[in-house]
Design a protein around this ligand. Structure first.
Ligand SMILES: Cc1cc2nc3c(=O)[nH]c(=O)nc-3n(C[C@H](O)[C@H](O)[C@H](O)COP(=O)(O)O)c2cc1C
Length: 212
């Protein structure tokens, strides 16, 4: 089996983490970078990722996460936040950054600026702004899960939580962010029975079709 498939077969959504094990800083840096480098629509990165290690805070979040033990027992708990709104200032800031980083005169980017503005700020995507921003977070989650599997760091993506309660606990009300979901990172406990469970997937032919 190749390395990609080996990593993806090794990965599973961990139910029981070993609370005594923590992820080395070097791997945390790689995992943070996998989020930072994730693709997003127009490259707008409408997100923020909170790496929460504070134990009291984790207990409070656990109580609003169906009491799932992963929240308290994992090494690093990542909460995915999406932007509430994308306004013209946000887009300007992004286009300016592109102009600087790629050494492109700002007027050469006016077409891009307009296209983003007409879609995300005033157009079709502005009508579903929070839904759109949430979808971008799921792309970042995919990047994180794959990177973690390659590093042989365990993970559990988590939607089993109360996003509004998280917003309260994390004091997001007066910010431009809201909670989408979370991902626990760490190392599987030897007693996690799901570690050896077979993957349950529909036959590959039923979900992938080649159209020639
Ligand atoms: C967006 C998302 C949210 C999930 N939320 C939870 C969760 O709250 N708790 C949990 O134990 N597993 C959660 N899972 C894990 C899934 O149940 C798991 O990925 C699925 O059953 C497939 O199993 P596998 O990932 O172990 O191959 C979630 C997965 C995804 C992708």
């Amino acid at each position: 089996m190749n390395q990609v498939l080996e990593a993806l077969q090794w990965r599973y959504a961990v139910k029981l983490f070993d609370p005594s094990k923590s992820i080395a800083e070097e791997d945390i840096h790689t995992l943070k970078s996998s989020l930072h480098l994730s693709a997003s629509s127009y490259g707008l990165q409408p997100w923020k990722f909170l790496f929460i290690q504070n134990k009291d805070l984790r207990e409070k979040l656990k109580a609003k996460s169906w009491n799932q033990k992963q929240v308290s027992d994992c090494s690093h708990y990542v909460v995915f936040l999406a932007t509430k709104t994308i306004n013209d200032e946000y887009v300007k800031n992004y286009v300016n950054l592109m102009s600087i980083i790629r050494s492109v005169p700002i007027d050469k980017l006016s077409g891009l600026h307009k296209a983003i503005y007409n879609d995300v700020v005033t157009g079709p995507r502005s009508k579903i702004s929070q839904e759109w921003a949430s979808r971008q977070c799921y792309i970042a989650l995919g990047s994180l899960l794959t990177a973690a599997a390659i590093l042989r760091v365990d993970a559990c993506p988590m939607e089993g939580l109360d996003p509004a309660a998280y917003d309260e606990i994390l004091q997001l009300r007066n910010t431009n962010y809201f909670t989408v979901m979370a991902c626990a990172l760490g190392y599987r406990s030897e007693s996690d029975v799901l570690a050896t469970a077979e993957k349950v997937r529909f036959p590959i032919e039923s979900v992938i079709e080649d159209i020639i």
